[in-house]
Write a protein that binds this ligand. Structure first.
Ligand code: OOG
Ligand code: NI
Length: 455
């Protein structure tokens, strides 16, 4: 047995500690967690078939611990530091998201666990954005922002020391891990006092509110934490009952028999009192709450169809309320097959193949001529692979709803993955390749076990 705690354990502890901290910082988040737990419980009670399926797919356990968060940093050094901190918790950078297209001066990745066992244990993810100062046109303002960022250090000395220890030893002992969780948490804490005076804040905020949010504080405060719900429509509808006002529409695909990708909604950021460095008392809005419902990961072909229908649907539902928006989306997405067999046959979504439990012992002697027959005979089970990543259009909608819709079209067309990776000090993993690999590995195992040839 290793004398070190596993990265999965450290991540699990950290995500719980982060959730506790955010609950005290933003009480509405606690209220939202309770509502989501209630809705999930009711949904599972009403639908025993869903409960069984989630159980069989190792998804019941992770449901109650599942959440993602989001942070924004200001410099390449900060981003690279985060990469090392998250690596201690088994979280790798996956995906590149260009938000300049949506008028927000950042690009992003998601730090998350990658392998099946780690995802089943606790899929905690952090959507991490890097501010793009180079997109600020006003040179004086750009330099001012860079100088301010230069002066801060977002990690505690002890956290950095423990990251060094982790890298040198290849793990952390129980005591070290405990201390690491407490120290790492400090980076994401909220501070009511800004590091700049009120005029500086206002100047940065006038360029873009997000720039002020990144530059004017001691560190990348966690700006939301998002539990996973099994029925997002119900939570959206019931939020007002618990005193929470949801954003206008649910982002992403409409409700379906076979959920795809990711549906998200949030509540508006709070206006919070801030004490500025010149003792001016002002306010800042940054922190909010969000919920998500996850479905199956799509292949490039499925994703292209999703993107096309989303674009059509959004164009047709401009300015509509959520009920009408969802109706238009349902109509638009009627073209997207909504049963697992077709999603699989047309290679629109990724599946994980397993031998049925009772076909394991005499698998070699089955008479199934091919995979499809084996599935039909119940020897092999194909289960949808859950989408673990994010969606740029939805993310833009979430950013926008919390920035008062502030967009700057001048930022668009600036995707720069190379720059982002240079800042990160590593390549980001392509999310689609991860799903494709999981599918093909599972397929190989099943084919070998059943003596089937792959053609
Ligand atoms: C991140 C917004 C993106 C999501 O769930 O798509 C996001 C941010 O506001 O910093 O969290
Ligand atoms: Ni989010």
């Amino acid at each position: 047995m290793s004398k070190y705690l596993s990265s999965d354990d450290i991540r699990d502890r950290f995500s719980r500690a982060m959730s506790e901290m955010y609950k005290t910082e933003v009480p509405q988040y606690g209220t939202l967690l309770e509502l989501v737990a209630r809705v999930n419980h009711e949904t599972l009670e009403k639908d025993p078939h869903l409960a069984e399926r989630l159980e069989a797919h190792d998804e019941i356990e992770r449901l109650s611990v599942e959440r993602h968060g989001a942070i924004r940093v200001g410099t390449p050094e900060e981003l690279a530091g985060l990469r090392r901190v998250f690596a201690v918790m088994g979280m790798q950078p996956v995906g590149y998201y260009d938000l300049s297209e949506a008028g927000v001066p950042v690009h992003s990745t998601a730090f998350r666990p990658i392998d099946d066992a780690a995802l089943a244990r606790n899929p905690f993810r952090i959507f991490t954005s890097l501010l793009r100062l180079e997109l600020i046109e006003d040179e004086t303002l750009r330099q001012r922002a860079a100088e301010i960022l230069e002066k801060r250090s977002i990690f505690t000395p002890k956290a950095l020391e423990l990251v060094d220890t982790f890298e040198a030893q290849g793990g952390l002992t129980e005591d070290q891990a405990e201390q690491f969780v407490a120290e790492a948490l400090e980076t994401f804490r909220w501070h009511q006092d800004a590091t700049v005076d009120w005029p500086t804040y206002q100047a940065l905020s006038a360029e873009h509110r997000l720039i002020a949010d990144v530059v004017c504080f001691r560190g990348p405060h966690i700006n939301h934490l998002t539990p996973r719900t099994l029925d997002i429509d119900s939570v959206q509808q019931r939020m007002p009952e618990v005193g929470i006002t949801p954003k206008a529409v649910i982002e992403g695909p409409p409700q379906r028999q076979c959920p795809i990708l990711l549906r998200q909604t949030s509540f508006k950021a709070l206006e919070e009192t801030i004490l500025f460095a010149d003792h001016h008392e002002g306010s800042h809005t940054a922190r909010f709450g969000e919920i998500e419902q996850r479905g199956v990961a799509l292949t490039p072909k499925g994703r292209a169809l999703y993107d096309r229908l989303l674009k059509t649907g959004r164009a047709r539902s401009q300015g509509l309320d959520n009920t009408e928006h969802q109706r238009v989306m349902q109509e638009t997405f009627a073209e997207f097959p909504d049963d697992e067999a077709t999603l699989r046959a047309r290679e629109l979504a990724y599946f994980d193949y397993r031998l049925a439990a009772d076909s394991e012992h005499d698998s070699k002697s089955t008479m199934a001529p091919d995979l499809e027959a084996a599935i039909e005979q119940g020897l092999v089970i194909a289960r949808p692979i859950t989408y673990e990543d994010f969606l740029p259009v939805s993310a833009a909608g979430i950013f926008q709803s919390n920035l008062g819709g502030q967009e700057n079209e001048g930022y668009a067309g600036n995707a720069n993955r190379e720059d982002f990776e240079a800042a990160l000090g590593a390549r980001v993993t392509d999310e689609l390749s991860l799903y494709a690999e999981r599918q093909s590995h599972s397929l190989e195992r099943v084919m070998t076990a059943l003596n089937l040839s792959q053609d």
